[in-house]
Design a protein around this ligand. Structure first.
Ligand code: N01
Length: 546
């Protein structure tokens, strides 16, 4: 084995500055990347801003935070031993269990010794003279490595609204994505939640149970559907375990790697009776089945989508007692499934409780945060706690807050000023030896499945470079242009492409994110993997190797 340019020193001392690879982030991506490269004999350092592992599942510890995908499809599949040992307790596990799982994995594979915790990467600069990356943290540490691998997540940079007076508020307040470890005491308190995306919906369900009063400030409503969670018995877990090989194999074949399969029928190919019975069965089913297992034209045909939207609107009207509140909760500006569908457990019934009030910010916008609460255009509210469930600077935000500079001092932020451009979501021209896990324009969906794919592709390539005595690799501009054109074309046929959300690059709280951009690859995961396999099969010749 040729090890040119790659250290074989195996001591694990974070003060030692030279590594083969630096991975940013110790969430599910970073943990597996560390495991994989280390098992190939590389010397790896992971730098993590939090004090523990888990990434999303470390930071998002707000009440009600949980998987929206079936737990057994959302863990790692790479280790049979791990699959044999770990029992999921719920069909959709909550944050505490998921964080325990991440720690279990890190401890089982002895990963923590190679993670530098409580250190946020502030810069990563490519040094052409030795084809390596120099990486610094906000506490002044500096490291270098031949390879830089970002495992920074696509929803990891929380954004606050630009309201006047946020810090004047004298009660407790926080963002769902930065929930403090010690928790926030909201029991018997007057609570406000701002935002009704997937995080807000989960938090509202839980907080409403014990708050003295809960006032929800909603700008645009979302289409929410029942999660149908439940415990997993020992016997069920044994059955799930026995079926793991088929389950993971199946996930590889579906469009977004979920266990749900798109129904091959078109909405108008069945009778009305059959269609309604199918909708009912989806509404009674678990998780994303209603979104990812619906008729094949539900997300592309306006008329088909309208029928589905009407069905869910009827459900909302049935579940919410006050007709005015029900109308406020029904989206009028986008169809079902064209934004990420929040999954709920008695969410709509929350609005039948005496202690819960819904304020539509479309009718009565927030004007400022005051010392005692929130002032809207026509009301003044007093609160003890304000919770901002206001989302993330998605996809590119985590990159933009690090000063990443490639060849000739080009910054990634400037390069992506008009939207991200990548090659297969994992590489960028002018950024040699840098790889991204779950980067822009990679296949997303059931993320752990996408993570395992990206990590394995990157690890295989890095290993190939070592075997072939290569110092560097870069995506050429023509490969990036080609991928960009393909990704843009794929998005055109989707109704979701015509709707504002983080999935179309919109975040009104962030400068420069006011116009829609294609930030996701929306082809199927099997097509994506086939393209990545082509690159490998052709010995990476489409890349610039040196
Ligand atoms: O964020 P969001 P999220 N004034 O952007 C409102 C994943 N996730 O954290 O729609 C007033 O969806 C905003 O209003 P509007 C999942 O992929 C996964 O909820 O822009 N309101 C919206 O209601 C999800 O899609 C799980 O009009 C403001 C909300 O805040 C993604 O994370 C669980 C505002 C933000 O919704 C993001 O979800 C939770 C302002 N200035 C999340 N700014 C799992 O299941 C924002 N809003 C694993």
């Amino acid at each position: 084995m040729n090890t040119k340019g790659i250290s074989t020193n195996k001591t694990d001392n974070h003060s030692s500055a030279k590594y083969d690879a630096i991975v940013i982030g110790a969430g599910m991506s970073g943990l597996y990347q560390l495991y994989k490269l280390r098992s190939l004999g590389f010397r790896v350092l992971v730098i993590e801003a939090g004090s523990g592992v888990g990434g999303t599942w470390y930071w998002n510890r707000y009440p009600g935070a949980r998987f929206d995908s079936e737990s057994y499809s959302y863990g790692y599949s790479f280790s049979k031993e791990l699959l044999d040992e770990w029992d999921w307790k719920e069909h959709f596990s909550g944050q505490p269990e998921v964080e325990r799982y991440c720690n279990y994995v890190a401890d089982k594979f002895d990963l923590k010794k190679d993670i530098c915790f409580s250190s946020r990467v502030s810069f990563a600069h490519y040094e052409k003279s030795n084809n390596s990356w120099s990486v610094g943290t906000d506490s002044g540490q500096e490291f270098s490595a031949q390879f830089l691998i970002t495992a920074i997540g696509l929803l990891s940079t929380p954004t606050m609204p630009r309201f006047e007076g946020i810090s004047d508020f004298k009660g407790s307040w926080c963002h769902t994505g930065l929930w403090p470890k010690e928790g926030i005491d909201y029991k018997d308190k007057r609570v406000a939640v701002i935002g009704t995306g997937a995080s807000g919906v989960q938090a509202i369900q839980d907080i409403s149970k014990t708050a003295k009063s809960l006032t929800v400030f909603q700008r645009r409503p979302n289409w929410c559907t029942p999660l149908h969670n439940g415990p997993i018995s020992k016997k069920e877990m044994e059955e799930i375990r026995a079926g793991y090989p088929e389950l993971f194999d199946h996930c590889k074949k579906t469009a977004a790697c979920f266990i749900h399969t798109i129904d091959p029928r078109g909405t108008f190919e069945v009778s009305e009776e059959e269609r309604l019975a199918f909708y009912e069965s989806l509404y009674a089913g678990q998780g994303f089945g209603i979104w990812q297992g619906n008729f094949r034209d539900m997300l592309t045909d306006e008329q088909a989508n309208k029928l589905m939207s009407d069905f869910v609107a009827k459900k909302i009207r049935e579940r919410v007692e006050d007709p005015i509140t029900a109308e406020m909760l029904i989206p009028k500006d986008h169809g079902f499934g064209t934004r990420r569908v929040p999954q709920e457990t008695f969410y709509y019934e929350v609005y039948n409780q005496q202690n819960v009030k819904l304020v539509s910010m479309l009718d009565d916008p927030i004007q400022k945060i005051t010392e005692n609460g929130i002032q809207t255009r026509s009301n003044e509210f007093e609160f003890d706690v304000i919770i901002y469930a206001t989302g993330f600077d998605a996809v590119t935000g985590a990159f933009n807050r690090i000063d990443i500079r490639g060849d000739n001092n080009v910054t990634l932020k400037d390069k992506w000023a008009k939207g991200p451009r990548t090659f297969i979501g994992m590489m960028v021209d002018d950024f040699p030896n840098m790889f991204m896990i779950l980067g822009p324009h990679a296949a997303l969906g059931n993320n752990p499945r996408s993570i395992e794919h990206n990590v394995e592709w990157i690890s295989n390539f890095v290993d190939y470079m070592r075997e072939n005595n290569l110092n560097g690799a870069e995506a050429p501009i023509n490969a990036v242009d080609e991928w960009h054109e393909l990704v843009s074309g794929k998005a055109e046929s989707l109704l979701s492409n015509e709707v504002d959300s983080w999935m179309t690059g919109i975040n009104l709280n962030v400068e420069g994110k006011q116009t829609r951009t294609v930030v996701r690859y929306t082809g199927t995961a099997p097509e994506y993997r086939a393209r990545c396999d082509d690159v490998t099969r052709n010995y990476f010749k489409e890349l610039h190797l040196f």
